[in-house]
Design a protein around this ligand. Structure first.
Ligand code: G6P
Length: 609
């Protein structure tokens, strides 16, 4: 999604800005731009990649000691050069005097726009952002910091902005409300970015701004004021944003790299786990988890499917009633609240706007206890929950989530086991057995990854199709959903997932020789039922692509293709069974020639509603 990088220094900062934008590319964007202040405001914008912007900048010789830059993911107005940031606002003689970049959505921009148009400001874009640039210009009194403090009071919505003025070349002002913004501290130079990762390699001294903060960034230092315009100190953190994250190594795509990193990611996520104890989830977890009598899970996208899987575990193993809801739905309805339910938010990024809003809403509704399962330790979600379990997947760059999902499942299994133990449902022997199973996961994953050549064979068939159906039952229904999501996200093949028992109630009407049907068929209690569902598909000419366990007793035959996972994995089976589905989506997309890591219209981190 949108990204911001800004800098004030004694050197030419354009290379720093472009490097920062490259580090944010993985989040998804459709246009980008950079602007500098060298006494006048100058900019370059592109509806292509950052590499193209860089070529433009080299050609034009754009350089300066203060600058702002942006990757845009279109919300208001199409991806077009005039809509790309930075946006400029001019004074009455047409000279550009304010430059601004913005993440988020300004809800009252139409009002502001109408007001400023009436005052004679000329709009060149369809964006909400341009209205903010003109608003700052209209309020400008020679002190940009003071002006931005005033301007943000007119804005409704969620935003992070970085602004500079032609008349104040040693200054960039930032502000945030509902969207992340960080400050990077250097020696005689300072930076601003929507994500600390943009500054990896430039500085590791990072300040996370709070909602309502406005920051004055100059070469000499930074000054921050809070929502009441009072000066505040914010903690300086040493952040080792993983600078190696952009190194692809031997892989063709980040998604492929991340799929293959899963054994390591899971082993890191389990590091230090000696038993299922509340302390795994943070200080004070014992008092909270002992009191919990239900679980409310809130998440979006792939993280939602990990929550759906966990519901099966939490109810059957820990005996706790569990509700799972898409965050964007939950935040706008009036749910019946059980204050002793533990609210669990699941998020790779920890910055997903809907999940953050749902968490806030749950607290307003009276929920007392919250826990984040998250991959980014410094994220808003981790800061805003009482408890947390940090997955250690490492930076995930591919838009389609893979290792974040399996590490989330690992963390959710630890939560299930811990709650089961607290509820007297886990004997000491069973605890040891479960720990053994968990520790075996990385090895088990390696053998599943070794199935890649067989899956490549199948992907050639899928690449020629326009539709696919995924079936699963019980614990593996959410895995079928995740498999369908992966395929549609990156190969653009329409894919749907159904709990197999529902086949006769609709989707069977779609089954013909043209419909490949992927079946997740572990050897569990529902396998015999699933086999009957598979017969229903075969009887209508549908071609079955079955992921079975080693001991599933499903044989290949005419129209039935079977890949066997090497072992039978019991309750942990979803963590293993999702991997071949990730590989199937990846190789199908590869065969279709799509942009695997940056699928069209999608973003890695959805920081707007
Ligand atoms: C976007 C990403 C998905 C991700 C979802 C939730 O849609 O493309 O991969 O699952 O956001 O993101 P989160 O960071 O909250 O897990």
């Amino acid at each position: 999604m949108c990204g911001i990088v800004g800098a004030v220094a004694q050197r030419n900062i354009v290379p720093v800005l472009l490097e920062g934008l490259k580090r944010l590319e993985y989040r998804g964007y459709d246009s980008c731009g950079v602007a500098v202040n060298d006494g006048t405001l100058k900019r370059a914008r592109s509806v292509s990649r950052v590499a193209e912007l860089e070529a433009q900048v080299q050609q034009s010789g754009l350089q300066g000691g203060a600058g702002i830059s942006h990757t845009r993911w279109a919300t208001h107005g199409a991806p077009a050069t005039n809509n790309a940031h930075p946006h400029f606002s001019a004074n009455p003689n047409g000279e550009h005097c304010i430059g601004l970049v913005h993440n988020g959505i300004i809800e009252n921009y139409e009002e502001i726009r109408a007001d400023l148009m009436a005052k004679g400001y000329k709009f060149e874009s369809q964006t909400d952002t341009e209205a903010v640039a003109h608003l700052v210009n209209s309020l400008y009194d020679g002190d940009l910091f003071r002006t931005v403090q005033k301007a943000v009071k007119h804005l409704h919505g969620a935003f992070a902005i970085a602004v500079f003025s032609k008349d104040e070349p040693n200054r960039i002002v930032g502000a945030r409300l509902g969207c992340p913004l960080t400050i990077g501290l250097g020696q005689g130079e300072n930076f601003l970015a929507s994500d600390a990762m943009a500054l990896a390699g430039t500085t590791d001294q990072i300040i996370y701004l709070e909602d309502g903060d406005v920051v004055d960034v100059t070469r000499e230092g930074v000054t921050i004021t809070d929502k009441n315009d009072q000066p505040v100190e914010r903690k300086v953190n040493t952040v080792n944003a993983y600078s190696g994250a952009i190194d692809l190594g031997p892989y063709r795509h980040y998604m492929q790299k991340e799929i293959f990193e899963q054994p390591r990611a899971i082993s890191d996520t389990l590091e230090g786990v000696q038993g299922f104890v509340p302390a795994l989830f943070g200080e004070g977890a014992s008092a909270v988890l002992e009191r919990v009598n239900a679980v409310q899970i809130l998440a979006c996208g792939t993280s939602y499917y990990s929550g759906m899987t966990a519901k099966y575990w939490l109810e059957s193993i820990a005996g706790l009633p569990t509700h799972v809801e898409i965050a964007s739905e939950y935040r706008y309805r009036k749910p019946a609240v059980n204050p002793n339910a533990l609210v669990v938010v699941i998020s790779q990024s920890g910055e997903t706007a809907d999940t953050l809003a749902a968490l806030k809403y749950a607290k307003e509704l009276g929920h007392k206890h919250s826990l984040a399962i998250c991959n980014v330790p410094t994220s808003a979600m981790v800061r805003e929950t009482e408890l947390a379990y940090l997955t250690r997947a490492g930076a995930e760059i591919g838009v389609a989530s893979t290792k974040a999902f399996t590490t989330q499942l690992t963390a959710l299994y630890l939560l299930t086991m811990t709650l089961a133990k607290l509820n007297g449902r886990l004997s000491a022997d069973e605890e040891q057995n479960q720990l053994k199973q968990l520790r075996h996961l990385p090895t088990a994953l390696q053998s599943v990854l070794a199935l890649e050549p067989h899956i490549i064979g199948w992907s050639e068939t899928f690449a020629r199709k326009e539709n696919a159906l995924f079936l699963g039952r019980g614990l593996h229904y959410p895995i079928a959903l995740e498999g369908a999501l992966k395929l549609k996200e990156i190969s653009y093949i329409h894919a749907e997932a159904y709990p197999a028992g529902e086949l006769k109630h609709g989707p069977l009407a779609l089954v013909t020789e043209e419909m490949p049907v992927v079946t997740v068929a572990p050897n569990d209690a529902l396998l015999e039922k699933l086999k009957s569902n598979m017969q229903e598909v075969r009887a209508r000419g549908g071609e079955l692509f079955v992921f079975a366990d080693g001991d599933s007793q499903i044989a290949s035959s005419q129209g039935v293709h079977v890949i066997r996972l090497p072992e039978h994995y019991g309750e942990l089976s979803p963590i293993l069974h999702v991997v071949p589905l990730q590989l199937l989506a990846y190789h199908t997309a590869l065969a279709r020639g799509t942009d695997v890591d940056k699928p069209r219209n999608l973003a890695k981190s959805v920081t707007v509603e």
